[in-house]
Design a protein around this ligand. Structure first.
Ligand SMILES: [Zn+2]
Length: 306
């Protein structure tokens, strides 16, 4: 199996909210170290995700998830290693864990906290989740662009080496990032709106712009982002989105952002150990070895080193 870099999973949040599910080593969720080992050479981006309406202090909630991440690293020394660069990902013989952030309100309006996140090893951060926040507006409010603080955040993230993630952001927010960004940005876990008409997916114009900017889009396994049947996803749905993505954004845009442990329903790929099925399905659908290697990690590694 070719090494995989999954750009988004919500396993830390799921474990924090549901400790009875198990630990990062072994659990009843979609992602754990045992199954990552079975899949061979997997690096997952573990999102520090905060539901800002649930948390009196999003920053404190983020610190809690970071503590959970640190204790999981410590408990699994020799099996799990934190990575934060493309070189570290490639050189790491163990299961890899990279940190990302989801929900810019974690900063509580204080951009100095971006340096703290970077010191934790965070390399990817989204500007919004599903609510309006200090930085901008979510996908459900498509005509509103980034706020002034959001534009400042983009510059500061680029200065620190944190990749701007436009998943969950409004359409106008996407175009604000595009105009303002000097480095490639990504949509860590978003599909194609032409294939499934939901605001969380990317329009053809967004796919073209993202491709032109040298970014990537991670294919998301959430049933409702893959087809109109929001209870169940099929491999053929993922293949259809992958083809459309390649068509509009170019082959260099392709990446994987499973959204494991942030999604429900009957999944075509039930957990991180099942990725080979997708490789085979895409390969049968005509994706070349080069395209698949790009999708599995090379395209995302390119953005990490930009
Ligand atoms: Zn998400």
């Amino acid at each position: 199996m070719y090494p995989l870099l999954d750009l988004h999973c919500d396993t830390l949040y799921a474990l924090h909210n549901k400790p009875q599910a198990g630990t990062l080593l072994a659990n009843s969720l979609h992602v754990d170290i045992e199954r990552m080992e079975r899949a061979a050479h997997v690096t997952s981006c573990f999102a520090i995700f905060v539901d800002s309406e649930e948390s009196p202090s999003p920053w404190e909630a983020a610190c809690d998830l970071h503590s959970l991440f640190l204790s999981s690293l410590q408990a699994n020394e020799g099996r799990l290693r934190q990575v934060s660069s493309s070189e570290e990902i490639v050189d790491n013989p163990l299961v890899g864990a990279m940190l990302s952030c989801e929900e810019g309100q974690i900063l509580e309006g204080d951009l100095c906290r971006l340096s703290v996140l970077r010191s934790w090893g965070v390399r990817i951060a989204s500007l919004t989740w599903n609510y309006e926040n200090d930085l901008g507006y979510p996908h459900s409010m498509p005509t509103k662009g980034l706020k002034g603080l959001g534009l400042e955040a983009v510059s500061e993230m680029e200065r620190l080496g944190i990749i701007v993630d436009v998943s969950h952001l409004s359409d106008e927010g996407f175009f604000s990032v595009m105009e303002h960004a000097r480095k490639p940005f990504i949509a860590s876990h978003s599909n194609c709106r032409s294939c499934t008409a939901v605001s969380r997916n990317l329009s053809d114009e967004m796919l073209r712009c993202l491709g032109k900017a040298g970014g990537v889009a991670g294919l998301n396994f959430c049933p409702s982002f893959l087809s109109a049947d929001n209870k169940k996803s099929r491999l053929s749905d993922i293949v259809r989105h992958a083809k459309h993505m390649r068509n509009k954004g170019g082959r260099d845009i392709l990446a994987i952002g499973t959204d494991f442990d942030g999604i429900g329903g009957k999944l075509a790929i039930e957990d991180i150990s099942g990725m080979e099925m997708l490789w085979d399905a895409l390969s049968h659908a005509g994706f070349t070895q080069t395209e698949l290697e790009g999708m599995w990690r090379k395209n995302a590694l390119r953005v990490l080193s930009a």
